[in-house]
Design a protein around this ligand. Structure first.
Ligand SMILES: *Cc1c(COP(=O)(O)O)cnc(C)c1O
Length: 367
């Protein structure tokens, strides 16, 4: 790839930063964002960091009509030494390109994408909150911007990265959630877009989520779209079950999103010599295990919550209470280890952490 410089336009005044204790998810954004454009003629071009601001986009832009878009989600953390670091960002950029391929969006240079994020984070380092459990959420996304109502892949795109300081997911320590098994709606099917991180998957999941929320559940457990038999994901997390000392997670079958957290959990389990299997697992199998007392733990895994223990699972008018509705030992161990590595409090035996190169931080001084 040719050498590309990121043009910088800095804002004249900085916003007030929220108190760590007031932080929620995705409501406050930092002073700057990264943008890069694509056209068929120029490819990806004009990478720049500019003040955070609304976009001016033609109402006929394709993304508004046919939803051709993809996104990613990762975080920047502050270590006890005050350094900023990322967790496996190369995985997110690799996945972004796989999502791009599925949505007919031109690929972006993964190494350059990580460099761009590093430069943006270095500039916005003061926005990374330092209180326990807080972090800076990074949202890279691509939208199709060609002004055209025909159904076809767009010939113009924008790749944008915005940053949002987020609060601790668990205010009072890691806490089990109540889940309802979804028998009516499905998230996606094999052959659909479930493997891609694209907005449409979320749009189609809202109805199920809204329905169960009214009954007091945090999320739904998604079953496969053909037989409503095999377990796929929980809410927007991958899901794991510990049955009789062994961990099972649904295999990547073409409709499941491959989480970075899922991959990290699998690697940790192998490292600890805890048997883990990626295979099809039916709700019936989980129910059988529950009935015969071998269902030990269940949990979701994703960037936002890291590990989310499932305390209760409602299925066909039965309530399966897992591990007395408490956080299991394995869930806790995984949570502590993953967050320990992410925040630089523990050794990183797998080389997952990427330090943000502060050679860009001097840019702040030039405002
Ligand atoms: C993003 C996402 C996940 C979790 O992926 P991580 O990389 O671990 O954050 C799981 N399922 C769905 C549907 C997702 O969109």
């Amino acid at each position: 790839m040719e050498e590309r410089t990121i043009h910088m336009e800095l804002c004249s005044s900085r916003k007030q930063k929220p108190e760590s204790s007031q932080l929620e998810f995705g409501k406050v954004f930092t002073d700057h964002m990264f943008i890069m454009d694509y056209s068929d003629e120029l490819g990806w071009h004009d990478p720049r960091i500019v003040p955070y601001q609304p976009l001016s986009i033609d109402p006929s832009a394709m993304v508004f009509h046919y939803g051709q878009s993809v996104f990613e989600g990762l975080k920047a953390y502050i270590t006890p030494e005050g350094d900023a670091q990322l967790f496996r960002p190369e995985k997110n950029f690799h996945r972004l390109n796989r999502s791009n391929q599925r949505l007919c969006i031109p690929p972006i240079d993964e190494e350059f994408g990580i460099k761009a994020i590093q430069q943006l984070i270095a500039l916005e380092k003061d926005w990374i909150p330092t209180a326990e459990g807080t972090s800076l959420y990074i949202r890279p996304f691509i939208i199709s911007t060609e002004p055209y109502l025909g159904v076809a892949p767009s010939r113009h795109y924008k790749f944008i990265v915005i940053l949002s300081p987020v609060g601790a997911y668990y205010k009072e320590g890691i806490n089990p959630i109540k889940i309802a098994v979804e028998n009516q709606y499905v998230r996606t099917v094999v052959g659909g877009t479930g493997e891609a991180k694209t907005g449409g998957n979320y749009a189609s999941s809202l109805k199920a989520q809204e329905d169960v929320a009214k009954k007091g559940f945090a999320q739904v457990l998604w079953l496969d779209g053909v037989e409503r038999k095999y377990i796929e994901e929980v809410g927007s997390m991958n899901v794991f079950f510990k049955i009789n000392g062994e961990v099972v997670t649904p295999a990547l079958n073409g409709s499941i999103l491959e989480g970075v957290t899922r991959n990290s959990v699998n690697q940790l389990l192998k490292h600890w010599n805890i048997p883990v299997e990626e295979r099809a697992i039916s709700m019936e199998e989980v129910y059988e295990a529950y009935k015969n007392g071998t269902l030990e733990e269940a949990f979701g895994a994703g960037t936002a919550a890291v590990i989310s223990p499932i305390g209760q699972l409602a299925w066909n008018d039965e309530d399966l209470v897992i591990n007395n509705g408490e956080t299991g030992d394995l869930s806790k161990r995984l949570y502590d280890t993953l967050t320990g590595i992410q925040y630089g409090r523990r050794d990183d035996p797998f080389g997952w952490v990427v330090k943000v190169d502060d050679s860009n931080i001097h840019l702040k001084a030039s405002v």
